[in-house]
Design a protein around this ligand. Structure first.
Ligand SMILES: NC(=O)C1=CN([C@@H]2O[C@H](COP(=O)(O)OP(=O)(O)OC[C@H]3O[C@@H](n4cnc5c(N)ncnc54)[C@H](OP(=O)(O)O)[C@@H]3O)[C@@H](O)[C@H]2O)C=CC1
Ligand SMILES: O=C(O)[C@@H]1CCC=N1
Length: 279
């Protein structure tokens, strides 16, 4: 398992995005922010609200229901709900001309299941990004199947890296745990901001002030974590005065049945659900 190196986004052909919802849209935002020529981006998503479709068109991104409209795609990125894979995989297959790589971000859906619905020998990359990709601050775990060439891996790496960091996995089985940690992880952090604000209200703060304090605290702590070379543990200790207020709070959060145990159960539940979605 290695962290990938930095490289430019050079698709060498059109990128077809199938499903431009929350995750697909975040990836597309990352590609465009990363300098992808909009003329090289095509979106297939018949259910897009008119305003979303108009916004894509105004950015120069084509909405293409018809595979014949796209010559030699370099990559087809599949980003529909796992429950829609039976409908969407034939659509992806129709765009998979020789040389194209399929990059799937679907939770749970295995590369074997994807390959079974694609032309024989199709190159498949399974990836698990997260929504901070929309601002180039995501992290993706990715697995390339045996038939993926070095050039196709490099393209998938560049596409995913437009959304942030990429960790290539040697074992597809790790994707379920990656999903539990980083794929779903942003939701845990947003929940922390919500819970902290609610706790502030219970402690007597006006709701709007509590929300501002909680949001800025999560933002600031995240940014400090990003900029500091210190470990999360050291940064936590830096807040914690002996016998002070933080120690009092942490005695609750770090109890045997505290946040550690709760997070372990949460991540295990997400990984379990990911395995269930494999069907
Ligand atoms: N959201 C997240 O944080 C993450 C999501 N993922 C994965 O990304 C995938 C998408 O999730 P998310 O973006 O949240 O879901 P969304 O529902 O927001 O996006 C899916 C999009 O695909 C469209 N769609 C449905 N069927 C088709 C089809 N046959 N052809 C083309 N487009 C179609 C949907 O349209 P309509 O609404 O009309 O059905 C929708 O716009 C999932 O597989 C999920 O596991 C991975 C990592 C993180
Ligand atoms: O909730 C889900 O199933 C998707 C996968 C990871 C984040 N969202």
């Amino acid at each position: 398992m290695t962290a990938s190196s930095v490289g430019p986004l050079q698709p060498g052909g059109p990128i077809v995005l199938i499903g431009a919802g929350k995750m697909g849209g975040a990836l597309l935002d990352g590609w465009l922010a990363g300098g992808l020529d909009p003329a090289l981006a095509a979106v297939v998503d018949p259910g897009l609200p008119p305003e979303a479709a108009a916004a894509l068109k105004s950015r120069g991104v084509a909405l293409v229901p018809d595979p014949a409209a796209i010559a030699a795609p370099a990559a087809v990125v599949l980003a529909v709900k796992p429950q829609m894979v039976a409908d969407a995989l034939p659509v992806a297959a129709a765009f998979m001309q020789p040389g194209a790589v399929l990059v799937s971000v679907l939770a749970g859906v295995t590369s074997a299941k994807l390959a079974a619905g694609l032309p024989a020998g199709a190159a498949v990359v399974r990836a698990m990004p997260n929504t901070p990709a929309a601002i180039g601050r995501g992290i993706t775990g990715a697995f390339a199947t045996a038939g993926v060439s070095a050039a196709q891996t490099a393209l998938a790496d560049a596409l995913l890296k437009a959304g942030g960091q990429v960790e290539w996995l040697d074992d597809e089985g790790l994707i379920d745990a990656v999903t539990g940690v980083s794929g779903s992880g942003p939701a845990y952090v947003f929940l922390l901001a919500e819970a902290l604000a609610e706790a502030g209200v219970k402690a007597g703060l006006p709701a709007e002030l509590a929300a501002r304090l909680a949001r800025a605290t999560v933002e600031g702590a995240g940014e400090l974590l990003r900029r500091s070379p210190e470990t999360p543990e050291t940064l936590r200790r830096n807040v914690t005065s002996p016998n002070g207020t933080t120690a009092a709070a942490l005695s609750v959060l770090m109890a045997d049945d505290g946040l550690g145990a709760l997070m372990a159960r949460a991540v295990a539940a997400a990984a379990h659900r990911s395995r269930e979605l494999a069907g």
